[in-house]
Structures are given as structure tokens and as C-alpha cells.
Design a protein around this ligand. Structure first.
Ligand SMILES: Nc1ncnc2c1ncn2[C@@H]1O[C@H](COP(=O)(O)OP(=O)(O)O)[C@@H](O)[C@H]1O
Ligand SMILES: O=P(O)(O)OC[C@H](O)CO
Length: 488
């Protein structure tokens, strides 16, 4: 019997372990929720120990189900990106809460750096923008406000979530893969190394940072689950999904609709330069050679549906949004701009706040639910315009993530983008991409193209609506979005 690949996918709201056969068949999965902590408005924290312990408990369960560590050929890791962990090298203990990608606490620092005229230089070197989303200003904030981190001196280790998990899996390897490193604001995009100028700008002690490594290779072994297992794949979750969607050729594009929504277009082996406030990022690095992507990051996607359900009590379940959207002929003039955590690409306004516009006494919760789902297509369409202006127009869009179980939304994306939309039968594309990387790193596959044989069947959604209807809806959305995008 062929041995399996185990993936740990440490996401924002949950972490999971998934078993794959080398042919791509999913052999089992187990997940655990991750508690979200909101100590102040705009702050989002995780307990780093919980991420580690829950991820490893899921992994142990799946390894036991597989029949023990001997049955596992390799481990791959995918993770929520930008979230930053601080720990003590001598004990391995977390020294502070993990500051999550959605956290806005460094908004003032970003604004000050923008006012000082730093953004163009930062973008030219890192491919990113000055937004609290990225790890660099979160680290700067933590070092300024949490004095015990500075006092830890040489004992301080800083890393993103894969780095934290790798440390504990291997018993002390301090590494980060190039995709995760490319989200920190500290890496030079062209060279794949830490950038001294950026490190100085954010006041980060270089010795606290991990070594930047490939996404596939022999990164170390773990004995946590019995016998020794090699860890051979590692990538940020959105880059892993790009690989899992087999966006391996230039121009191929995917969109993942989970807590947030993230669109990545393969841009080949030269770092792209955005003139339309998209991000340039590493898609993967293998053999020291980087493939790049342009990215549009939308901060609020599935979390909008969760908010309608949990905070407003407007939905009984996330699934109900589909039945409600279908129950009305149109949105009744209602538009929802989900800037609940500021608004990301292509506007990048951390101070923007959400709005539901166009309501009357005739408005029902079905109209609001429909407007919330429609917001996904509208936000994606705005990104499509920005990508096209940056020379990366999409011919088709490959979609995945928890939200795309919603057939109505998948069709609405095809209708509003006016291109075919492809949805894989197997939704866990992030884990699949990490398994593909681990398979390459373990030598099961020679290349990612070979590993793409793990991908299963695809379902297609084709545009059906008239141009006039699309135009009418776009005009309504544009008016609503203009009302929330606060000019600096
Ligand atoms: N049928 C559905 N319609 C709309 N949204 C959904 C549906 N099912 C799940 N969601 C949303 O998808 C999100 C979960 O997706 P997932 O990819 O698991 O997220 P993440 O990996 O970011 O934790 C939740 O925010 C949930 O509200
Ligand atoms: O955990 P997810 O799937 O919402 O992904 C989060 C992203 O990596 C943030 O950049």
C-alpha cells in the first residue's frame, strides 16, 4: 500500500489535518476551531499555543487513523498568512498573543509612514502596501508596546504560523517559506531574502527572524507522532490554494472565498509591479526559483455571512443565505459594502466602515442576504478590473473555499464577471496544494505539474445574464462603495 501525505492546514477560524493518497484521494480529515479574541475594537488575536496544540491534536488523530507514523510519507503545512507569533527560543513558549492578519492596531503607524512618503519604496522592495494587514507593522507595534519582547533580547523568535508550527514539529528549526516571508513587508521580493532597509524601517531585530526556505524540500523531521516523519511542503494558505487549483501557468487565476477572499493570478518568474494597488507576492519557491503572483485581498467574505448569522441574527445558518437569495427576484435596490474590518484591495482604507444601502419598508432579510452574497461578485469584479489594468486579465476564474458550496453565489460570480467560473469537486484546494508541495519535496512527484494529477473533476458555471442587468447592478454597487471609501 502506498504511503500517505498528511497536511496540516492552520486557518483563521479552524485548523485541520487531512490525509491524502498520492493520487489525490482524500482519506480523512479532522478539524478543530480556533478561538478568536477581540480585546479592543479592530484588534484580533489568537492564542499561539492553541494553534499549535489543536493542529497537532488533529494531526495525531489522522496519523492514528492512517495506522501510525510509518504510514505517512511526508507532512505538508498550509497556514493563515501574515499572523505573527512571538516566542522564547530557550523554552519554545509563546511570549505574547498572536496578532492576526485581520488586526488593525497598526493603522496609525501605517498612516504615519504613508505621510512620510515611505509607501512607494516599500512597495518597490516588498511588492506590498503600507496596510496593517501585513506582519511588519504588527511586529513594530508589538516591539513598541510589549516591552518584555524587547527585554527577551536574543531569546526572542518571531515568525508566521508555519514557522511557529515548524519550530515545534522539529524541536527548534527556525524557518519560514518564501510565500509566507513575502507577506511580512520585510522580504525583498526580487531576491527572496530579508531586506535590510525594510527591517530597519520597522525596527525588527534581524536575529529574531527565521531563515527563508523553499516551499518544497527536506525541511526537517518530526517525532511528535511516533516515528520520524519528514516535513517536505510549506506555503501560505492562499498560495497553497493557487497550487491546489493548478494555476501553474502564467495567467491562471484562482479566488478563495473563506473568512476573507483572496484572488491570485500566476504572473511567471519575474516579480510583477502593480499600478492598481494589487499586491505582488511569491506564489511558490522551489529549488531557489520563485514563481510570482498578483494578489487582490478582500478582508471580509464568509465572515460577513457569519456576522449576519451571529451578530445580527438574520440567518439561521450560512447555508440559509442561498435559499434566501433565491427567494427574491432581485436585491430590491439593497447593496451591502462589507467593510467590517476596513476595506482591502483595491481601495486599502483601514478606516472605512461597512454599509447596507438602499433599504425601504419593502426590504426583507432575504434582500439583505442576497445583497451580502452579491457583494462577493462585486468585490471580485472590482479586482478583475484592477488585474486587467495591471496586464493580468482573467479568462476563467477557479473558485474554492467554504463559501463556494453556495451554488447561487458561484453562478452570480460567473454572471457578474462575465467569464466562466470553475469549481473543483474537492473543495479543500488549500490542503491539496500543500499535499502537492509535500509530494514534490518528498520526491513522490518530480514537479508541481506532475503533482497536479492529484486534482479531481471540475464543475463549470457560465455567464447567463444580459449586459444591461450587469450594468445596472454595477452602477448600484459603485454608488454604495463610493459612500464608504473615505478619502484620506
Ligand atoms: N453555503 C454558504 N453560503 C455562504 N457562505 C458560506 C456557506 N457555507 C460556509 N460559508 C462561509 O464560509 C466561511 C468558511 O469557509 P472556510 O474556507 O472554511 O474559511 P477559513 O478557511 O477562512 O476559516 C464561513 O465564514 C462561512 O460563513
Ligand atoms: O485562514 P484563511 O483561509 O481565511 O486565509 C487567511 C489568509 O491567509 C490571510 O492572508
Amino acid at each position: 500500500m502506498e504511503r500517505e501525505i498528511l497536511v496540516i492546514d492552520a486557518g483563521t477560524t479552524s485548523t485541520r489535518a487531512i490525509r491524502f493518497a498520492p493520487d489525490g484521494a482524500c482519506l480523512g480529515q479532522h478539524s478543530a476551531p480556533i478561538a478568536q479574541h477581540y480585546p479592543c475594537p479592530g484588534w484580533v488575536e489568537h492564542d499561539a499555543n492553541e494553534i499549535r496544540d489543536a493542529s497537532f491534536a488533529c494531526a495525531r488523530q489522522m496519523i492514528d487513523a492512517a495506522g501510525g507514523s510509518d504510514r505517512i510519507a511526508a507532512i505538508g503545512i498550509a497556514n493563515q498568512r501574515e499572523t505573527v507569533v512571538f516566542w522564547d527560543r530557550s523554552t519554545g513558549e509563546a511570549l505574547a498573543p498572536a496578532i492576526v492578519w485581520q488586526d488593525r492596531r497598526s493603522a496609525d503607524l501605517c498612516a504615519a509612514l504613508i505621510d512620510r512618503g515611505e509607501e512607494a519604496g516599500v512597495q518597490a522592495r516588498s511588492g506590498l502596501l503600507l496596510d496593517p494587514y501585513f506582519s511588519g507593522t504588527k511586529i513594530a507595534w508589538a516591539l513598541e508596546h510589549w516591552t518584555h519582547l524587547r527585554e527577551a533580547g536574543d531569546r526572542l523568535a518571531i515568525g508566521t504560523v508555519e514557522s511557529w508550527l515548524m519550530w515545534h514539529l522539529t524541536g527548534g528549526a527556525h524557518v519560514s517559506d518564501a510565500t509566507n516571508a513575502s507577506r511580512t513587508l520585510l522580504m525583498a521580493l526580487g531576491s527572496g531574502s530579508w531586506d535590510d532597509g525594510l527591517i530597519d524601517l520597522f525596527g525588527v531585530p534581524r536575529a529574531a527572524l527565521p531563515e527563508i526556505v523553499d516551499c518544497a524540500g527536506q525541511f526537517g523531521t518530526t517525532s511528535r507522532f511516533g516515528g520520524s516523519i519528514a516535513i517536505t511542503g510549506m506555503a501560505g494558505d492562499q498560495q497553497a490554494a493557487t497550487i491546489g487549483q493548478s494555476c501553474l501557468a502564467r495567467g491562471e487565476t484562482k479566488a478563495t472565498y473563506g473568512t476573507g477572499a483572496f484572488v491570485l493570478a500566476n504572473c511567471g518568474t519575474t516579480p510583477p509591479v502593480s499600478r492598481n494597488r494589487l499586491l505582488a507576492t511569491v506564489a511558490w519557491q522551489i529549488g531557489g526559483r520563485r514563481t510570482y503572483a498578483l494578489e487582490g485581498s478582500v478582508f471580509v467574505a464568509g465572515s460577513l455571512i457569519q456576522w449576519l448569522r451571529d451578530s445580527l441574527g438574520l440567518l439561521a445558518s450560512a447555508d440559509e443565505s442561498e435559499a434566501l437569495a433565491r427567494s427574491v427576484a432581485d436585491n430590491g435596490g439593497v447593496y451591502c459594502v462589507p467593510a467590517l474590518a476596513g476595506i482591502g484591495a483595491p481601495w486599502w482604507r483601514p478606516e472605512a466602515r461597512a454599509a447596507i444601502t438602499g433599504m425601504s419598508f419593502a426590504t426583507t432579510r432575504a434582500h439583505v442576504a442576497r445583497a451580502a452574497l452579491e457583494a462577493m461578485a462585486h468585490q471580485t469584479r472590482d479586482l478583475k478590473t484592477a488585474f486587467a489594468a495591471d496586464g493580468a486579465d482573467w479568462k476563467t476564474l477557479r473558485i474554492d473555499g467554504g463559501m463556494v458550496a453556495n451554488d447561487w453565489m458561484a453562478q452570480d460570480l460567473a454572471d457578474m464577471l462575465d467569464i466562466p467560473v470553475e469549481r473543483p469537486g474537492f473543495a479543500e484546494t488549500t490542503a491539496l496544494g500543500a499535499a502537492m508541495l509535500a509530494g514534490v519535496g518528498a520526491g513522490i512527484f518530480a514537479t508541481l505539474e506532475d503533482a497536479a494529477a492529484m486534482r479531481g473533476p471540475i464543475e463549470h458555471f457560465l455567464p447567463t445574464i444580459a449586459d444591461s442587468e450587469r450594468t445596472r447592478r454595477v452602477e448600484g454597487w459603485s454608488a454604495a462603495v463610493q459612500a464608504v471609501v473615505v478619502k484620506r
